[in-house]
Design a protein around this ligand. Structure first.
Ligand SMILES: Nc1ncnc2c1ncn2[C@@H]1O[C@H](COP(=O)(O)OP(=O)(O)O)[C@@H](O)[C@H]1O
Ligand SMILES: [Mg+2]
Length: 158
């Protein structure tokens, strides 16, 4: 049975991101899946802060699909594919980021298409119809490194 994390508010969810940050290594890819407003960017912002990114706030990239934050312990590449809709990710050279010297965090990974990384940890974000502040998260690992990361995350919060 896959593990579920429930958070009563945004601070709790951000604390979870902060605990994950020290586990991340160059070449790690986190795919953040979930509806608009589910907390993907909020999670990324907390992750970035914990990595040591303090010079600019992490926002939803509106027109810029890829934002690079080189300042922290390892670089953070934040991608929001929302505007790509059908196709387009193939032209962005995302593979270079995925295999690069930082951690890649991808919002709306459904639009990756053929650019999907071979090894990635998906984090699913679920809202709660009855409570605006509650979120449930689950993870899915594809590949060896992501399976390891998933295990570490499960131990972290056990
Ligand atoms: N537990 C929670 N975790 C994350 N965000 C929450 C939570 N409760 C309420 N929120 C609110 O939900 C919104 C999440 O927005 P955002 O992170 O931009 O979502 P996404 O990137 O998934 O579209 C923010 O306005 C945030 O304040
Ligand atoms: Mg977002």
């Amino acid at each position: 049975m896959a593990k579920k994390w429930a958070f009563a508010n945004e601070v709790q969810l951000q604390n979870f991101a902060k605990q994950i940050a020290p586990l991340l290594q160059a070449g790690d890819v986190l795919l953040l899946d979930g509806d608009l407003g589910a907390g993907k960017t909020s999670f990324t912002r907390a992750l970035g802060t914990a990595l040591g990114i303090t010079d600019e706030p992490i926002k939803s990239p509106t027109f810029t699909i890829i934002h690079e934050y080189p300042q922290g312990r390892i670089p953070l590449y934040h991608m929001d594919l929302y505007r790509l809709e059908n196709g387009g990710a193939g032209d962005l050279g995302l593979e270079e980021y995925f295999e690069g010297d930082g951690v890649s965090v991808v919002e709306w990974p459904d639009f990756l298409g053929v650019s999907a990384p071979v090894d990635a940890l998906t984090i699913h974000f679920f809202k709660d119809d009855d409570d605006d502040n509650r979120r449930v998260l689950t993870t899915d690992a594809v590949g060896k490194r992501s399976a390891q990361l998933q295990q570490q995350i499960e131990q972290l919060t056990a």
